[in-house]
Design a protein around this ligand. Sequence first.
Ligand code: BES
Ligand code: MN
Ligand code: MN
Length: 456
Amino acid sequence: MSDVQGFIDENLGRFRSELYDFLRIPSISAKSEHDDDTRAAAEWFREKLTSAGLDAEIIETPGHPIVVGEWRGAGPDAPTVLIYGHYDVQPPEPLSLWDSPPFEATERDGRIYARGSADDKGQLYMHVKALEAHLATGSSLPINIVMIAEGEEEIGSPNLVPFVVEYSRRLACDVILISDTGMYAEGLPSVGFSLRGLAYFEIHVHGAVSDLHSGEYGGAVANPGNVLSRLVASLHAPDGSVAIDGFYDEVLDWDEATRAQIASLPHSDQDFASTLSVGELTGEQGYGTLERLWIRPTCDVCGILCGYTGEGAKTVLPNHAMAKVSFRLVPDQNPGRIKDLLEAHIETLDLRGVTIEVQELHGGRPWRASVEGPAFEAASEALEEAFGTRPVPMGGGGSIPIVVEFEEKLDATALLVGFSLPGCNLHAPNEWLPIDNFEKGIGALALLYEKLARVG
Ligand code: BES
Ligand code: MN
Ligand code: MN
């Protein structure tokens, strides 16, 4: 066993208790009442980077700060790896559905339960500990490191692109390494080959000057609830496809090799449906479940608001209705164009007697990578050594909008090596990370840093 792995094994208990300190800080980026906590998490993280042996500082933005850590001991001729992650978390609500407090890490059944355990504090901290293991044992780490931890990923990274542009020389790198995704299954590690993009809107339908008596006015005055329902219903065709004209124009066909890869993964629709307590799976005809999740775009209502929803019957014609509608995108779709298409689609419906407003919430472009090349190969080897199983290439249904921006602005390739599992409850009550993945993952990352020497 290497000194580095020996150091990791000896210190696992401490690593876990440090992570629990990190998880205790409610760094909820979306809520301004937690701004001080979010800053406290940045400061806590900066201090841990310093004690791991990196030079670290906090860089202010108009929003939550960015933590930057650097270690350039490998020298100017060695490759540089940029490690990115986020220290902010999603709000924990609804609190009543948590079996243990969201900001008090609790170990149960080999899992670490806490908000941020998997997304993304736990995974981000694994990098800090893998780096510490190298630096504390005086291994000759063959790569330079620049690490960025942002505090606004969960709110769409509004200040990260300007930061990347301003600091592009300092962030210059050969590979962008990110642990903010998952493994395909327990014991089956994965390297990511895609992420979907996102175009997220609020659609408002405004009617009369105020709510009205539904008997006195109903039938003669447009009802925003009825209109919005018609609008939402028009977004899909009976075959499950998105019924917006031009929506699929930019969708690239995936290559046969990738589709064959996907088809070769162990998967059962029946098991998948039963773990989710749904009778059957539905979606776009002509595609399997994994394809629908990873390589096909979607349209989903994420929230809807209208009229009287309290106890009993109130006969009222609401004057406003709103739906939050998100589109997950695949290459080469572009969030800006989706807004134009959606607005044109709404026009064609010829909805009368109301005004309709489409507000953009946030967006991001999709990402796709080659499953070959020295970085991908290095990750496959490191994961295989640490987990004892050859990793599988895996698509990502979620979005990390900054990935494409990093690649373009820094002219480097991204490498996604994640350690959460399906069912880890990201963004939901009872989020967890397997202790085993936390521990083996640190070893895998420590190995990966060595193997990335070859990407120069
Ligand atoms: N870590 C996730 C993204 C993710 C999760 C990718 C699972 C692949 C598999 C990230 O923190 C996230 O939640 N992203 C948001 C997008 C953002 C713009 C709010 C998402 O996907 O909804
Ligand atoms: Mn995340
Ligand atoms: Mn997230």
